[in-house]
Design a protein around this ligand. Structure first.
Ligand SMILES: Cc1cc2nc3c(=O)[nH]c(=O)nc-3n(C[C@H](O)[C@H](O)[C@H](O)COP(=O)(O)O)c2cc1C
Length: 204
């Protein structure tokens, strides 16, 4: 079947695309509210876009009442944020943290999640996540009739759990994807976990 997207409603386009482009990684984003409490929310319109400079992208819409989502406002106002890659056993907490709460309500406190200092970075990271990326706002643009925000974040530091990383003799960093066990977003209300891992040398 072919679908001409210009003939579908924006809602149908959304539901079709999020089922087609799967799996999507999940950015579990910690940011700071203006009263300095910690905000946490998941975003699956997320990926790496460049490694020199190291940049990731988030695409953040608005709340149902048309106001700006807290993560977006915090990144714009305060610049710093931390992106975590949640593991599969954190699925329920990730989903819980997507509830629309009043501005300045802290999902980190509500879910009783523990944090750790993240080196010299001004924000902490979630203790139980195996990967955390310390980011600062790099560029923000707005697209479309609903002013969706495209946020580029400069990745300044990465935390990797000792259990999933090893350094080889040359000092190269190797991560064990199975131990990372990343949670991914599928369409509708579905989530996924990592399936088989295949090793295939790169052809040049
Ligand atoms: C797995 C998952 C992925 C999500 N991805 C996005 C996304 O990419 N962009 C977006 O605007 N909202 C996304 N949401 C909805 C936000 O998490 C939700 O609006 C949340 O309340 C925003 O919180 P905040 O206002 O604290 O930033 C997603 C929700 C879930 C459960």
């Amino acid at each position: 079947m072919n679908f001409n997207l210009s003939q579908l409603s924006p809602n149908k386009v959304y539901f079709t695309l999020i089922q087609a482009v799967v799996p999507r990684p999940i950015a579990w984003v910690l940011s700071e509210n203006d009263d300095e409490t910690l905000n946490l929310a998941p975003f699956s319109y997320f990926n790496l876009v460049c490694s020199d400079p190291p940049l990731l992208i988030l695409s953040i819409g608005k709340k149902r009442d048309g106001s700006i989502k807290d993560t977006r406002r915090n990144i714009i106002d305060r610049s710093h944020f931390v992106v975590h890659l949640p593991h599969a056993t954190q699925m329920e907490q990730v989903n819980e943290s997507s509830r629309e709460l009043p501005a300045n309500a802290s999902e980190v406190e509500q879910l009783q999640l523990s944090t750790e200092p993240f080196g010299p970075f001004p924000l902490p990271r979630l203790r139980d996540c195996r990967i955390a990326l310390a980011c600062t706002r790099y560029q923000v643009s707005e697209i479309g009739p609903n002013q969706q925000a495209l946020i580029l974040g400069l990745i300044e530091a990465i935390y990797i759990d000792d259990e999933i990383v090893h350094l080889d003799a040359k000092g190269s960093i190797h991560l064990d994807a199975k131990k990372l066990d990343p949670l991914s977003r599928l369409g509708g209300e579905e989530f996924g976990s990592l399936g088989d891992v295949f090793h295939l040398p790169r052809l040049r």
